[in-house]
Design a protein around this ligand. Structure first.
Ligand SMILES: C[S@@+](CC[C@H](N)C(=O)[O-])C[C@H]1O[C@@H](n2cnc3c(N)ncnc32)[C@H](O)[C@@H]1O
Length: 292
């Protein structure tokens, strides 16, 4: 079945309003992530089975759906993955010691001079708590809450602080608590997706289909995620079905993504995008949800 017709799976009924209410309670993402899925949680949760053996999220980012499912106890185990090594190190540091991250964060004044000094630090040379604190600091004090790397892998967002950000220790502790016994991997999506077995569930939230034919490099890490990577992902996603693995995938609703997933169940929903350099493009846009 293709097109926009859609039946919510029988085992995934979600009481009206539950997503909005639960999302305000910790744990929720500790980073503001471009393409983060907090505003789409209601739609995503409706399409996730109630009981999952192992939950896989191969394009982790801020992990909005992971936290939403963790607080609902919807999975037994979880494997999280992103190809951004700094982001993975941040998640690992939060899991190990959220209090140390909060203490390190509070050491840096939230003003322009300090911001550029913190930005100039090499995260690889920092202790785990410091590198996680630095990522949250840059994320909250940088312009428009962006995380953007140049082609050399350097974080290049200018200072943009408006008001003082108070780190949310209660949330960091709740995030750490649901990360205990969770596997955090760092690499390409494909080997992680291959690990999923019958009864498991995979949620794929890749970089959007490139807005123009020349836009091959993502702002996440300056690495390519163009048409060849989208094609490779579509093949990996389709192969889940034969292994009786259920899955959900989100992407921009454009003719190319509809063609990639033709023949699978798909639906189009509206999502508010808060992060865009052009304020006029921060409104509602179409997002395609493909599910197995
Ligand atoms: C749209 S974001 C995910 C947002 C996330 N769902 C959230 O709620 O915050 C896409 C993520 O995919 C990661 N990524 C890009 N290419 C990848 C690849 N080949 N394998 C694994 N992760 C990749 C990026 O680093 C980025 O964090």
């Amino acid at each position: 079945m293709s097109g926009t017709s859609f039946a919510v799976p029988a085992d995934s009924a979600l009481p009206a309003g539950e997503a909005e209410v639960c999302d305000r309670a910790p744990p929720f993402p500790f980073l503001k992530w471009a393409g983060g899925k907090r505003s789409l949680l209601c739609e995503l949760l409706k399409r996730v089975p109630n009981q999952i053996g192992c939950y896989f999220e191969p394009f982790l980012g801020g992990g909005a759906l992971f936290f939403a499912l963790a607080k609902r106890h919807r999975f037994e185990r979880a494997v999280l993955n992103d190809r951004n090594p700094e982001l993975c190190a941040v998640w690992q540091a939060i899991r190990e010691d959220p209090d140390a991250v909060a203490q390190a964060f509070d050491r840096w004044p939230q003003e322009q001079e300090a911001y550029y000094a913190v930005r100039a630090m090499d995260w690889r040379a920092l202790k785990p708590a410091e590198l996680a604190a630095r990522a949250i600091y840059l994320n909250r004090c940088g312009f428009n809450g962006l995380y953007r790397l140049n082609r050399k892998g350097g974080f290049n967002v200018p200072f943009g602080k408006q008001s003082h950000y108070q780190i949310d220790l209660e949330n960091l502790r709740a995030c750490a608590s649901c990360l205990q016994n969770v596997e955090i991997c760092c690499g390409d999506f494909e080997p992680v997706m291959q690990k999923a077995k019958a009864g498991d569930f995979v949620y794929c939230d890749p970089p959007y289909w490139p807005a123009s034919s020349t836009a091959r490099f993502t702002h996440y890490d300056g690495q390519p995620f163009g048409a060849p990577e989208q094609q490779r992902l579509a093949e990996a996603f389709r192969s889940l079905e034969a292994r009786k693995v259920r899955g959900l995938l989100s992407n921009a609703s454009v003719p190319e993504t509809h063609a990639l997933y033709a023949g699978l169940r798909l639906d189009v929903v509206q999502v508010r995008r808060a992060i865009n350099r052009d304020p006029l493009k921060r409104g509602a846009v179409g997002e395609v949800l493909v599910f197995l």
